[in-house]
Design a protein around this ligand. Structure first.
Ligand code: HCA
Ligand code: CU
Length: 410
């Protein structure tokens, strides 16, 4: 069932910076790319990854990189939880992160909000539990009551600090019973207490079409910006975030390498790849793309493993071409097999030539780089030898150089 919202009960657009610059559903082709703002949750959702436990110095360094790259908000864990979490919020709050702000992910409770505001965090990401879950736990609560309680907490936050910005996300949004979900969103609109609304695919099982079906009408029905948070349990987190963004969502939760609970969430670098595919010029102007590789490498290092080879944009294989036909085409016209110029990311493409799928153009280009001009028959013969000789693996650089010297000596 679609969560339809009654038209006419629209939330008042709050007078925050995002509202003015980021209206929902502006409809244009790649306008959605301009609207989107990145929320990085590497220090909140990312910390829920079993393998990631950065120290404060790591966090300071990575926060600077995230800000320099151009993320809009860095989300932190609930400061109420531990002394280190309060220390982190204060220490990161003391950094000069330019326009990048810090948010705290907190329960919709007064004590959480008070501590977050006390440590200086002015953006609060509140969540409410799913009514289905409360029912299963034997603690049922009317969906409208959950929203009202959260609205009271938002009002309390504004009393503590007038310029606080509050997002509210119903946890596990996609699996909430449709009737309950409708009540929740209608009440959220009526309450008019939040600067943004979030939807969360908590178990990472939403189909991209379901994301479209939920997010598009929601964005049309509310005037405050909508956010999307999606897990990757079916491998759709980046796709779902892109669908949400195109359907009208403004704020997209990501983490570097997608680090997070279980399989993690939308990977920052994957989502940025999707933005680049839609509007490379805009992305090049808006993000410092050349810093992405170092950012991801830093987080990978702290997580104790190199960047996975196939990682979008910054993985070692992202611009590596192998098959003869591909290498030939790319030598001539890289756009044939690349949607983005690696130079934008301060990277270079790699053309693999010493393997069983090599073509003669690649062999000739490789020989030319070594200062040897080959005619077509010789290059073809050498490529044939190479394909056969590498049946059990690759030929070494030296092996190729030796053979090249032999054939050109004849
Ligand atoms: C959690 C669950 C959460 C919350 C998302 C949100 C999810 O770890 O608390 O508040 O936007 O996936 O639902 O990460
Ligand atoms: Cu999550």
């Amino acid at each position: 069932m679609r969560p339809t919202l009654p038209v006419g009960k629209l939330g008042r657009a709050r007078d925050s910076k995002e509202d003015r610059m980021a209206p929902n559903n502006d409809g244009g082709s790649a306008d959605w790319v301009r609207r989107v703002r990145l929320i990085d949750s590497t220090f909140r959702e990312g910390l829920q990854c079993a393998r990631f436990a950065p120290g404060l110095d790591d966090k300071r360094r990575i926060a600077r990189r995230l800000a320099a790259f151009g993320v809009y908000i860095i989300e932190l864990v609930n400061p109420v939880g531990a002394e280190w979490a309060r220390g982190d919020a204060a220490a990161l709050g003391a950094l000069d992160l330019g326009g990048t702000r810090l948010a705290a992910h907190v329960r919709a409770r007064r004590e959480d909000v008070r501590v977050a505001v006390d440590v200086g965090v002015a953006v609060l990401h509140l969540f409410i539990p799913s009514p289905d879950r409360l029912r299963r736990m034997g603690r049922p609560c009317a969906p409208a009551r959950l929203v009202d309680a959260a609205a009271e907490v938002a009002a309390f936050a504004r009393m503590l600090r007038a310029d606080v910005e509050v997002r509210l996300t119903p946890e596990d949004t996609f699996r909430i019973a449709p009737d309950d979900r409708r009540v929740i969103f209608e009440r959220l609109v009526e309450a008019d207490a939040f600067d943004r609304l979030g939807v969360a695919d908590t178990v990472g099982a939403a189909h991209p079409l379901d994301v479209e079906r939920l997010v598009a009408p929601l964005c049309r029905a509310v005037r405050v910006p909508v956010g999307f948070h999606g897990h990757d349990d079916t491998g759709c987190a980046v796709a779902n975030a892109l669908v949400a963004a195109r359907a009208g969502a403004t704020f997209i939760d990501t983490s570097v390498l997608g680090l997070g609970e279980r399989n993690g969430i939308t990977a920052l670098e994957g989502f940025v790849a999707g933005l680049l595919a839609a509007d490379a010029d805009h992305c090049a102007a808006r993000f410092r793309l050349g810093l992405l590789g170092e950012l991801v490498a830093d987080v990978a290092r702290v997580a104790g493993a190199p960047i996975p080879p196939r990682t979008c944009l910054v993985g070692p294989l992202a611009f590596t071409h192998k098959a003869g036909v591909h290498v030939h085409a790319v030598l001539d016209d890289p756009q044939c097999y690349e949607f983005v110029d690696p130079a934008l990311l301060d990277r270079r493409r790699t053309l693999l030539t010493l393997h069983g799928l090599t073509g003669w153009h690649a062999v000739r280009a490789r020989a030319a780089r070594m200062g040897v001009e080959l005619d077509e028959p010789t290059a073809r013969a050498l490529a044939g030898w190479l394909r056969d000789a590498s049946a059990d693996g690759s030929i070494s650089d030296e092996g190729f150089a030796r053979r090249l010297a032999e054939v050109t000596r004849r």
